[in-house]
Design a protein around this ligand. Structure first.
Ligand code: 2AM
Ligand code: CA
Length: 260
């Protein structure tokens, strides 16, 4: 069952990715602002979402779908679809974005698929079976100290918590090697999973941003928690993930400043 689910999810992100690639090269699409001027949706987000939903519900009509550009209700078992994670990057021609589909069963993460159609990177994982980039097994980095760690973060569109965001970044800049911000939460999770980043944190996210990435992270050996170090919750939308050697150090550094 999980293999059939995973194969269908992969087919859906590949078809979606081909459309994203075409629009990305022509740059011919309409853009609409959502909650504020960095929170955008394009006609492509919606078109791609329809295609993904068509493929998933065609194969699995009984499984609910929670997706960014539609009304949703809470589901214990569902596909979580972000048709375009990194819309702002996409709209600017910055080639860091992805299609992300997570499958959660009874509130447990089971399958994650994240595809960057520009770099042709297909990240996927099934609970208990490891994490893969295309057909290569991936795992988190072995960096054992925060001062040698490359980290990433992002910030909420809602700028109310901006001073806390800045404080965390300042703490990380003092304690870690360097901090990046890539603009696609799903890909940032995958970069931690493959060991290209040592850790990533963010809050203010939505379930479809993280549902797939969390499966890939866990299967690659990452430690994944909420921002307080508590159990990760898809509904709360905050995450701190890192390789297990530095996760605890990262949590305390974010809150308390220079850990060196
Ligand atoms: P999106 O491109 O699908 O909107 C940017 O930091 C990353 O966070 C992107 O993956 C973006 O997803 C996601 N994101 C989702 N909700 C957000 C929010 N309220 N504020 C900022 N970023 C958000
Ligand atoms: Ca999106």
């Amino acid at each position: 069952m999980y293999i059939r689910l995973k194969d269908t999810m992969i087919r859906a992100v590949e078809e979606a990715g081909a459309i994203l690639r075409d629009y990305f090269s022509t740059r011919d699409f309409k853009i609409t602002q959502k909650s504020m001027n960095a929170d955008l949706v394009t006609e492509v987000d919606k078109k791609v979402q329809d295609i993904v939903i068509g493929i998933l519900s065609g194969e699995f009509p009984d499984i609910s779908i929670v997706a960014e550009e539609k009304e949703n209700k809470k589901e214990a078992t569902a596909f979580y679809v972000d048709p375009l994670d990194g819309t702002l990057n996409f709209a600017h021609g910055f080639p860091v974005f992805s299609v992300s589909i997570g499958y959660w069963e009874n509130n447990e993460p089971k399958i994650g698929v994240v595809y960057n159609p520009i770099s042709h990177e297909m990240y996927w994982a099934i609970d208990g079976e490891g994490a893969y980039l295309n057909n290569m097994k991936i795992s988190v980095s072995s960096t054992s100290s925060l001062k040698n760690a490359l980290l990433a973060t992002g910030w909420p569109y809602n700028r109310d918590s901006i001073s806390l965001v800045v404080e965390y970044v300042k703490n990380a800049l003092n304690g870690a090697q360097e901090v990046r911000s890539l603009g696609s939460a799903a890909l940032e999770c995958c970069y931690v999973a493959r060991g290209a980043l040592d850790g990533y944190w963010e809050w203010g996210l939505c379930p479809w941003d993280l549902a797939a990435g969390v499966v890939i992270l866990k299967e690659a050996g990452a430690t994944v928690t909420g921002i307080e170090g508590d159990e990760f919750s898809l509904d709360r939308g905050d995450i701190v993930c890192a390789n297990p050697h530095i996760h605890e150090e990262l949590l305390s550094m974010l809150k308390s400043g220079d850990s060196r």
